[in-house]
Design a protein around this ligand. Structure first.
Ligand code: NAD
Length: 356
């Protein structure tokens, strides 16, 4: 039986509840597809500050590096809000991404048909569903370029990308598109920015390695508009750090439900970190009201991208769809006529649907 080492950062707030539910579903997938998961709980974020005085203990980094994948709940909460920036829980999140060399953020914005009422888009725009994957570069761009100030009169940030940075993120997007419907839209601002012209030329060069994947380019202003008027045209969107920051939020919000959206952060090898896009929801922590489905869907990404277990990943996604089809809802996605259940039960129902 294949055994995979999974580092688990449950984190703060609803983190432990949603991760426990997700682990139940992973174990069900393991049983069905002949895999064993060896979980190691590690601390990061607020709980690490409380236990060890730092948001990211070295032991956590070491165990994560030695694992096949990292599953994360969420970090942060009001308890730690008054600490200085480098000692806050968020420093744990940025720190672990950096320590693991994770440079690609994958955020699928998928609308389950059963939840189409949650989308702010009109039904005719949603058509037969939304399924867009945003691949955002995480370590370069204007966020990490040099910053300058000339007294009180001028200030500027340098927007910079290197060839290897663009090549590797482009490959991530083409590989991901291959596992989807085989179409990449590269988003830039090549009509104005030199960085974007460089970006575009390198993406086209990398595309030659993927003749089976269709590539087109779009300016970022047009992409922002197209996402709300014709999202159906997109499969995989490849973009830099700044444009990706904005477009990934826009893409996820068109599905309307924060408790449903997973994400993956990937690096050079197969090690990746998988987490829901939402935070630690301190307002509902400990009440069994959290929706675990974003975390459960993150485990499907974990199986797909870090373990290469495509069949199991598809089964997890199908189980989520089945539970929604059967009318089960957590409070955040409830609609008239559906039965509201808690986090624990949602996890159990998904695991049962997977095994059925
Ligand atoms: P949040 O995403 O935690 O919550 C926003 C709203 O959505 C809340 O009303 C919450 O109850 C609801 N919500 C979120 N996830 C839900 C779920 N699974 N099921 C049902 N409802 C859900 O955002 P926030 O309140 O701005 O942040 C709370 C804390 O989380 C902050 O400390 C923030 O820094 C942290 N945060 C962490 C991450 C991360 O760990 N990756 C991401 C975002 C925010």
């Amino acid at each position: 039986m294949k055994t995979y080492k999974i580092a688990v950062i449950k984190g703060d707030g609803i983190g432990p509840e949603i991760v426990n539910a997700a682990i139940g579903v992973m174990d069900a997938a393991g049983e069905k597809f002949g895999m064993k998961f060896d979980y190691t709980d590690v601390l990061a974020g607020g709980c690490a500050i409380d236990a060890e005085g730092v948001p990211l203990p070295q032991k956590t980094v070491d165990i994560c590096k030695d694992s096949d994948a990292v599953l994360l709940g969420a970090m942060g909460g009001p308890k730690w809000d008054n600490l200085p920036g480098d000692q806050r829980p968020e420093a744990g999140l940025l720190g672990i991404r950096k320590a693991l060399g994770l440079y690609a953020n994958l955020r699928p914005a998928m609308l389950f048909d059963e939840l189409r009422d949650a989308s702010p888009l009109k039904s005719e725009i949603i058509g037969d569903g939304l399924d867009v994957l945003v691949v955002r570069e995480l370590t370069g761009d204007v966020y990490f370029g040099a910053k300058h100030r000339e007294g009180d009169d001028a200030v500027w940030d340098e927007m910079k990308y290197t060839r290897p940075e663009i090549e590797r993120i482009a490959r991530t997007a083409f590989e991901a598109a291959r596992k989807r419907s085989g179409k990449v839209t590269s988003v830039d601002k090549a009509n104005v920015l030199e960085v974007s012209r460089f970006w575009r030329s390198i993406v086209h060069k990398v595309a030659e390695e993927y003749p089976d994947v269709e590539l087109n380019d779009l300016y970022v202003d047009n992409a922002a508009m197209q996402l709300v008027i014709n999202p159906q045209q997109f499969d995989t969107i490849l973009t830099g750090n700044l444009f990706g920051d904005i477009l990934s939020d826009e893409a996820s919000m068109i599905t309307g439900s924060i408790g449903m959206l997973p994400s993956a952060s990937l690096g050079e090898g197969t090690l990746g970190m998988y987490e829901p896009i939402h935070g630690s929801a301190p307002d509902i922590a400990g009440t069994d009201k959290a929706n675990p489905l974003a975390t459960i869907l993150s485990t499907a990404m974990l199986m797909r991208y870090s373990l290469g277990e495509e069949e199991a990943a598809n089964a997890v996604e199908a189980a989520v769809q089945q539970v929604l089809k059967d009318g089960w809802r957590t409070a955040d996605i409830a609609s008239p006529g559906k039965t509201v259940i808690g986090c624990v039960e949602m996890g159990e129902k998904t695991a049962a649907a997977l095994k059925a």
